[in-house]
Design a protein around this ligand. Structure first.
Ligand code: HEC
Length: 167
């Protein structure tokens, strides 16, 4: 089930993940096609709470993606599936956003950021699926797309944190 549906179903407190998933059904081009001059860092627009949640999520996503690489090259399909699913579900943050946080978040981030996040999580679901079906070529392809999705979002929305991306 897609995260936005899950959130709607459960009608529970909003997570960063759920809130970011809300809204736009448009697909988004990933893979570095975004020109650097359109860069518009998102972090300064966030409340301290939201910024903290986003950074925590990023650190945990990065950790999971490194572990996925190790599992991938070891042929550990079950581990890849588990980690990709964890990224998709962003479990740790699930409970931590209040309705006010959510309001602030939606007011602060541009549509494009929501779309990039959505695309990223679609890829993590595809990676988990490929791992569950034991398709290693597909896992590698989805992993490549995932890395592209990280940098595509950073180049547009996190050049304050990663200035070399705008060089
Ligand atoms: C939808 C956009 C988006 C996607 C996708 C995304 N990031 Fe980020 N990331 C950000 C933003 C925005 C920041 C800057 C946060 C800040 O400085 O407050 C960031 C910051 C980070 C940081 C620094 C965290 C810190 O404590 O300063 C790391 C590490 C990171 N991302 C890793 C990743 C990895 C690895 C992926 C992919 C597996 C990824 N990100 C995907 C938007 C994204």
């Amino acid at each position: 089930m897609r995260m936005m549906d899950k959130i709607a179903d459960r009608k529970r407190s909003w997570s960063v993940r759920g809130a970011l998933w809300l809204g736009i059904a448009a697909s988004v081009a990933i893979g570095g096609s975004v020109p650097a001059q359109s860069a518009e860092p998102v972090s300064p627009k966030l409340t301290d709470t939201l910024r903290d949640l986003l950074r925590k999520e990023m650190v945990s996503v990065e950790d999971a993606s490194k572990q996925i690489l190790s599992a991938l090259v070891a042929g550990d399909d079950a581990r890849v599936a588990e980690l990709a699913q964890r990224i998709h579900d962003s479990f740790i943050l699930q409970q931590s956003m209040t309705p006010e946080d959510r309001k602030n978040l939606m007011a602060a981030v541009p549509k494009g950021f929501v779309e990039q996040d959505r695309a990223f999580h679609t890829i993590s679901a595809a990676l988990a699926d490929a791992a569950r079906s034991g398709d290693r070529a597909q896992q590698q392809e989805e992993y490549g797309k995932m890395v592209e999705a990280c940098s595509a979002c950073h180049v547009e929305y996190a050049t304050d944190r990663f200035p070399k991306l705008s060089e």
